[in-house]
Design a protein around this ligand. Structure first.
Ligand code: NAD
Length: 508
């Protein structure tokens, strides 16, 4: 970047603050991190990196707010969620532009992300119904039993860069509607969406301290994981970080759900509609430049499916337009950082060296007028084998591997042999094959002729194996259970005729 350009961007870059107790934190930050527009390399924001003391302030604000928030009626909590839903819907373009500027994804994709997040807010509007308990009259002589669900306290949310609006919205709507207070630690790579959400919540009437934003890195996260006033941790990120969060927070007695990385397979049987399968593979592999935890990165072609698919993929890839996310013609944006671009390019080199056939190489892609952007174009490998790093590792970029297998059984063995188990798809016109696949596959989310089977807000999102540490998935009823704990009550209002002591268990 030239000196003049650097000076210009430094002047226009927003300096963010943590959002604590309903306002921008007045404490002067000790360290600011630059946030870049991945399409230009320019600095567009600076985020404070939280210290342990900052983290403690945010948790304390949430702890204080919990005392009154948990006593706020369900109807009032639902009303605030309805107001939040209206605000986010009205201002979704603004939020999507923020996402595109810092993440790089194309605007239509950012709008889709915001829409999916709002659906969880809509689901949380039903909180009075969602936390209803059960009641049994007369479980024993004159005794009734019932169950209630209560909030946990302060919940920490730790989120990744790839969905800076949607992934926090998987967590905080249900957490807050259920009566908890929340400290969000968003990704330091695209932090501004979190402040936008905090401001919207304030406008929607959420009391101060119920939703807090703490910017930072491992320092903030590690303090949250050990803080005695944090009751639960909900996190999404790469597998090593998810494992660390799960192990540390559970050791400190917290309830944890930690979603990890992925390597998602799409199995194509020879009877599939090849045009549909090729369209689906392109969208699922290269949308958001492959930076989706549900992206398809391995195409498992059974029998002669590879020969049918490969020319169709090449043809579609040659027509894809990569460019800045806010350009209407762009279908794919840049990688999020220069490091991410270099890591993806390094994997492509490893794949070539290992003997995979590099059919389309995106490394030399240039985008007119954007020489400093973090570009890698759509990339396709064929004849990939399971010992190659491009198969075993999550690349998190626009790289699609074709693995050729002879039979359905081989395909199933491949998918079930993977360390990761987030999403999987099968493309076929054979209902019986699809049904058997759904039954036998050991993966958390399954698509039948649907490449990215992301569950709706009223179902739950989550993988198996190294894609999830913990027991509950995000949103849906599993989300409600994660953010509440059950209490079983047994009660008796003594019948005035009752007399006598009984030391045994009741028999009737
Ligand atoms: P990341 O693991 O680098 O970071 C996630 C969060 O953890 C961030 O807030 C970050 O600040 C924090 N963090 C990073 N290193 C840490 C450390 N050493 N100690 C404590 N905290 C740390 O992930 P990312 O690069 O931001 O996001 C991409 C990853 O997230 C991919 O692996 C992707 O598959 C995964 N992801 C998974 C899902 C899912 O549903 N399973 C959804 C979205 C993203």
């Amino acid at each position: 970047m030239t000196e003049t350009l650097e000076a210009a961007t430094a002047a226009t870059a927003t300096t963010l603050r943590h959002w604590i107790a309903g306002r921008p934190d007045p404490t002067a930050p000790t360290h600011l991190l630059d946030v870049h527009d991945p399409a230009t390399g320019q600095i567009v924001a600076r985020a404070p990196m939280a210290t342990v003391a900052d983290t403690d302030r945010a948790v304390e604000a949430a702890r204080v707010a919990f005392e009154s928030w948990k006593e706020t009626s369900l109807s009032q909590r639902a009303r605030i969620m309805f107001a939040m839903r209206e605000l986010l819907t009205r201002r979704r373009d603004e939020l999507a532009r923020i996402v595109t500027r810092e993440h790089g994804k194309v605007l239509s994709d950012a709008l889709g992300e915001v829409a999916r997040g709002i659906e969880v807010v809509e689901f949380a509007c039903g909180i009075p119904h969602l936390v209803k308990g059960e009641y049994s009259e007369g479980v024993s002589g004159g005794i009734d039993a019932w169950s209630i669900r209560q909030p946990l306290g302060v919940v920490a949310g730790i989120t990744p860069f790839n969905f800076p609006a949607m992934v926090p919205m998987w967590m905080f709507p249900l957490a807050i509607a259920a009566g908890n207070t929340f400290v969000l630690k968003p990704s330091e790579k695209d932090p501004s969406a979190a402040n936008f959400i905090a401001e919207a919540f304030a406008e929607a009437g959420l009391p101060e301290g119920v939703f807090n934003v703490l910017h930072g890195d491992a320092v903030a996260v590690n303090r949250l994981l050990e803080h005695p006033d944090v009751a639960a941790v909900s996190s999404v990120g790469s597998t090593p970080v998810a494992r660390h969060i799960y192990e540390t927070a559970t050791r400190n007695g917290k309830r944890v759900q930690a979603l990890g990385g992925a390597k998602n397979h799409m199995v194509v049987l020879p009877d599939a509609d090849m045009e549909l399968a090729a369209d689906a593979a392109i969208g699922a592999a290269f949308g958001s430049a492959g930076q989706r935890c549900m992206a398809i990165s391995v195409l498992v072609a059974v029998g002669d499916a590879a020969d049918e698919l490969r020319p169709r993929l090449e043809e579609r890839m040659s027509k894809l337009t990569t460019g800045p996310g806010h350009h209407e013609t762009s279908e794919m944006g840049p990688l999020v950082t220069a490091e991410a671009r270099d890591r993806v390019a390094d994997y492509v080199a490893q794949g070539e060296a290992a003997g995979a056939e590099l059919v389309v190489d995106g490394r030399s892609l240039q985008v007119d007028g954007h020489a400093d952007g973090y570009w890698v174009g759509p990339t396709l490998f064929d004849r990939v084998t399971t010992d190659m790093s491009i198969y075993t590792d999550e690349i998190f970029g626009p790289v699609l591997d074709i693995v050729r297998v002879e039979t359905w059984d081989e395909a199933m063995e491949l998918v079930n042999g993977s360390e990761f188990a987030n999403g999987v798809a099968i493309f076929t016109n054979d209902g019986g094959a699809a049904r058997r696949f759904t039954h036998e596959v050991e993966v958390g989310m399954v698509g039948i002729n649907v490449p990215i089977p992301v569950p709706m807000a009223y179902y739950s999102f989550g993988g198996w194996k190294a894609s999830l540490f913990g027991d509950t998935h995000m949103h849906g009823m599993e989300g409600v259970r994660f953010f509440t704990r059950a209490k079983a009550v047994t009660g008796r209002w003594p019948d005035p005729r009752h007399r006598g002591v009984d030391l045994g268990f009741p028999q009737t």
